[in-house]
Design a protein around this ligand. Structure first.
Ligand code: AMO
Length: 433
């Protein structure tokens, strides 16, 4: 719209056209107010009924909430107005009327269930605190990209329709690809590894991953956004350093550039950038410490995956981000390199006190060992020949990791449910909107 002014920019003395949604109408008799809202905030429009044309007053005050209007008029200082200024209207154009019955209340006065919010995401995102989550998510991705560029990475985009899975066969979504079986990709794992052997050497990707997780939990999505990193000539320690730098950069970007959004979430004072030097604990130490918390009925033994209650109990004790290193080889995927002692792997996870954020490790770059790894995991190396073949033509030692963007947003903002960090989440029940 030509010459539209954002409500936040309307200054006393200006003659403006502001455009947005009718947030509220307050009719006090001789005087009435229309509160107009746009992406930058709200502004009061004042109707002094006696001094104004009847049709202008009628158009302004007969509107239903959430109708879209453009209001032209002069901006005046008014101490009693919520933002210290108000518009004295000269004309009002109704651009889109809203039904009087709304499926949810964008003013936030009436709470809505998460499912109602997700069914009506457009209206839900008219609330400042919901909008703030997605402004923060966008800033997070921007700062992460910048940090990757500082680390000398090239951003890549790899296929999401693939011939083989990498992260476990039961979590694959099959699709039909011109009469052949294909899958939605679970991770850019193999492609990013193929790039470290190319001239690019160090890469990152931010893109969707698809997991046919059976269970509906507050921390799993069937379509998530993965922030992936991979570098030639890195070992797992270098990869952990890069991971820590990226997570801290995300927090720093938000602390610097999202004060208004943190305010809208009531977090302006409590938001803290984590200190560098995340503790690195071995898997062995972790299972001992979880057992010592007494949180589990059955103590963990070597080779067990870490149950949610165990992670949570240890997270509470540690109270900050921490890495778990030296995982048993048998519970890490085929592409993770073992340590000299074959029992131990170079795999690591980064944990937030609440849950896992990242998995990574040094990769097996030796062709023969890689083929053995496939066989041990019950996978047919022939199906992965497009990948294994390149390990015969000069694949350098390399390492990397994958970070769940929604989990980072969720833990950073203390959201109860990962779905709150996604515009249109995909889960067992939810395929639209
Ligand atoms: P992994 O399967 O552990 O590792 O995934 C890496 C990170 O991605 C996020 N994530 C999910 N987030 C929400 N819902 C899901 N269903 C979901 N699945 C995964 C988590 C998790 O820590 N290829 C390896 C990474 C690597 O080694 O580079 C991988 O995909 O935050």
């Amino acid at each position: 719209m030509e010459s539209r002014t954002y409500t936040a920019d309307a200054a006393p003395g200006d003659s403006v056209t502001v455009a947005g949604w009718v947030h509220e109408i307050r009719d006090l008799g001789g005087i009435a107010f229309l509160i107009l809202r746009d992406t930058t905030g709200k502004i009061q429009v004042k109707f002094e009924k006696d001094g104004m044309a009847d049709d202008l007053v009628e158009t302004g005050l007969d509107l239903h909430r959430e109708s879209v209007v453009a209001v032209g008029g002069d901006v005046e200082e008014e101490d009693r107005a919520p933002t210290g200024v108000e518009v004295v209207p000269e004309n009002i154009e109704v651009l889109a009327e809203a039904d009087p019955e709304l499926p949810l209340d964008p003013s936030g006065k009436v709470d809505a269930e998460l499912s109602t919010r997700l069914d009506n995401r457009t209206l839900d995102l008219r609330k400042a605190e919901v909008q703030a989550v997605f402004e923060i998510r966008a800033e997070l991705l921007r700062s992460v990209r910048e940090q990757f560029r500082d680390l000398g990475c090239t951003e890549i985009n790899t296929p999401k329709i693939v011939a083989t899975g990498t992260e476990g066969g039961t979590e694959l979504f099959p699709i039909t690809y011109f009469g052949r079986e294909a899958f939605m990709n679970q991770s850019p794992q193999l492609f990013k590894q193929l790039m470290v052997g190319s001239g690019l050497e160090r890469v990152f990707e931010i893109g969707p991953i698809f997991r046919a997780e059976e269970h509906n939990t507050p921390r799993h999505l069937n379509e998530a956004t993965s922030i992936d990193f991979e570098s030639a000539f890195y070992d797992e320690h270098d990869a952990m350093d890069a991971c820590e730098a990226v997570v801290i950069a995300a927090y720093e970007g938000i602390a610097e550039n999202c004060q208004d959004e943190l305010e809208a979430l009531g977090m302006a004072d409590s938001f803290e950038v984590p200190d560098a030097g995340f503790p690195r604990l071995s898997y062995e130490e972790v299972i001992e410490r979880i057992n010592a918390t007494g949180a589990l009925d059955e103590p963990l033994v070597w080779g067990d995956d870490l149950p949610t209650e165990g992670e949570r109990a240890l997270g509470e004790e540690i109270g900050e981000h921490y890495f778990i290193t030296e995982w048993p080889s048998e519970i890490k995927p085929f592409y993770i390199m073992d340590k000299e002692d074959d029992e131990l792997s170079t795999g690591f996870d980064l944990m937030h006190p609440r849950l896992e954020l990242v998995s990574g490790g040094q990769r097996e770059h030796r062709h023969d060992r890689l083929i053995e790894g496939f066989e041990q995991q019950g996978l047919e190396p022939e199906a992965f020949e497009y990948y294994t073949k390149m390990f015969r033509y000069g694949m350098p030692p390399h390492a990397g990791w994958g970070l769940g963007a929604e989990r980072l947003v969720m833990t950073m903002l203390g959201l109860d449910n990962i779905r709150e960090a996604v515009l249109f989440p995909r889960d067992r029940q939810r395929l639209s909107p």
